[in-house]
Design a protein around this ligand. Sequence first.
Ligand code: PLP
Length: 395
Amino acid sequence: MSDQNPLFIPGPTNIPDRLRNAMHIQTRDHRAPDFVETFAPVLEDTKKVFGTTAGTVITFPASGTGGWEAAVCNTLSPGDKVLVARYGMFSHRWIDLCERHGLDVQIIECPWGAGAPADRFESALSADSGHEIKAVLVTHNETATGVKSDIAAVRAAMDAASHPAMLFVDCVSSLASMPFEMDAWGVDIAVSGSQKGFMLATGMAILGVSPKALDAMQTAKLPRTFFDFRDMMGANASGGFPYTPPLQLIYGMRESLKMLFEEGLDNVYARHHRLAEGVRRAVGAWGLELVAKSPDLYSDTVSAIYVPDGFDSNALTDQAFNQYGVSFGIGLGEMNGRAFRIGHLGSLTDVMVLSGLATIEMAMADLDYGVELGSGVAAAQEYLRAGNSASVKSA
Ligand code: PLP
């Protein structure tokens, strides 16, 4: 496996040299005055990526899973009811985490490939006249199926039911790659991580927390120590950390925010959309199908693609890795063996994406998929060459 080859897994993503260099620093004293100067602006600037002015940004040394746990244990009490739809591996894992924390989880089962069912949320919330449901949990971008859900529609459903539950959103594989509007969508906690749209190493769980969630924190009884918002916010108020911070990642985050703002968030989103559309054109030319059930659900950060009947998607990803040294995402959970995934997020250009498409085409040809070499690449080229202006300076 060559370091020169880009990754096409949907995170962790390729780390651009600029960010590797930013993280390549000697240890510094996190209790020295200059830590404050570095860290406080990082928290402040991250708000722009979440789309919040009212919220507070809180980060822990953890991955996204730690962010899920922090969201739940800071705002809820044992036995509290939460409402969640299961439509992929990550919504499934968040449900599992809630159950293991002793929450009463009301699950709406959906087919994998569907998105968050706003109408079914509305019915469930309208039926809950005693307001026992304390939070609605939604995965914005289901990385296992390549499905993006409409968070504004979920908020509208909650409002239509006049329900006071909090809205928690997993944006681990969408933040900093796809538009996210925490305030406008009325999100109470948004959970993300450093290793996807921020293009950094794994190790920072990054949360946006609304004033309403902070109120809930005052009475929440689930146990927490490491993930206690109160300790973290108390230390952050004077620019510090309640324990040893992941210093190199914080320096990386500072540079990542600079990169995102230099490109412009709208351009970042437009680049992701264009690259994703290029991949989708290739999938169409191969005659394959996306797991996402309809175009409104198509994710701009990852495409999950069914292999034809009789083929094993694990053999395909193995072939790409073993023969060509390139990683693609395997099918997760129900999709294992049935679908593979192309991650197209973070530090990626048109040229890199075309190389990925060429590689997976070779692997498919090796395994007798009956796909014509060059067909997907040509479809993507045809699309990408038309709208190329913003892409060259990106990533
Ligand atoms: N949520 C989503 C949508 C994810 O894609 C992932 C990881 O890929 C997670 C949560 C879990 O994050 P982590 O693996 O960083 O703990």
